[in-house]
Design a protein around this ligand. Structure first.
Ligand SMILES: Nc1ncnc2c1ncn2[C@@H]1O[C@H](COP(=O)(O)OP(=O)(O)OP(=O)(O)O)[C@@H](O)[C@H]1O
Ligand SMILES: [Mg+2]
Length: 228
């Protein structure tokens, strides 16, 4: 596949959306074509499933059925958004992907083998080249989310935000465990730092992973800021 596939993972309020926007700006500054997308959702079909999942409308299905809906959304997202973009040679930055299912539904007690089967079917061979795990203490992430919903009109917490602290703590541990066991594709970034520092750490990880590819297609290869 000629493109590059980077996924962003981490708990609520870790800074995923903030940092995806910054990395997009950086890559576009190099003249590269970037597609930003998110899960659940990222394609018209999957966005419909997202609305059901995040409103809690699928909770009645139970954890196994809910996991299947996440997989259905992912299959559509891969087929109609991610794979075509990678085939075009684009850089795909995806806000959550299969690792989030592993962590969220895994924490909810869904059988690991079942989750693996669903993942294998849904991703159809499309795995990230690099996964940025933005790690923050749970209180920091939740504090940011609380502040965000106070200052914007995003409404109350969604189905996955309104849960208790120890659930969030277990998810954080599961993400870190996954990053240790699949360290070849993970970069774990300290997300408690200032946004600019987090951005630099992510940029370094991207440069390390894709060393040769970052100069291709760029007008100058480096930004003016970095040239001196
Ligand atoms: N490094 C940082 N330091 C302080 N505040 C931050 C930092 N990064 C992001 N924020 C702020 O914290 C809030 C959450 O950030 P953001 O929306 O990027 O997180 P997220 O991981 O996408 O969250 P969610 O999982 O809820 O989508 C935002 O209001 C954002 O401006
Ligand atoms: Mg976000």
């Amino acid at each position: 596949m000629p493109g590059h596939f980077i996924t962003f993972e981490g708990g609520e309020g870790a800074g995923k959306s903030t940092q995806i926007a910054r990395l997009k700006t950086y890559l576009e500054g190099l003249g590269l074509s970037v597609v930003v997308t998110r899960e659940p959702g990222g394609s018209p079909g999957a966005e419909k499933i997202r609305a059901m999942l995040l409103s809690g409308g699928a909770k009645d299905l139970g954890p196994r059925g809910e996991a299947m809906l996440f997989a259905a959304a992912r299959a559509d997202h891969v087929d109609t958004t991610i794979k075509p973009a990678l085939e075009r040679g684009d850089w795909v930055l995806c806000d959550r992907y299969a690792d989030s299912t592993w962590v969220y539904q895994g924490e909810a007690g869904v059988d690991r083998d079942y989750l693996k089967l669903l993942e294998t079917a849904a991703v159809a061979g499309i795995y990230p080249d690099l996964t940025i795990l933005i790690d923050v203490p749970v209180e920091v992430g939740l504090g940011r989310v609380a502040e965000r919903s106070r200052t914007d009109d995003s409404g109350g917490p969604d189905r996955f935000e309104g849960e208790e602290l120890k659930v969030h703590q277990r998810r954080r541990e599961l993400f870190l465990e996954l990053a240790r066991s699949e360290s070849y594709r993970f970069a774990v970034i300290d997300g408690a730092k200032e946004p600019a520092e987090v951005e630099t750490a992510i940029r370094n990880a991207v440069q390390e992973t894709f060393a040769g590819d970052l100069n291709e297609g760029g007008a100058s290869g480096v930004t003016a800021e970095e040239a001196h």
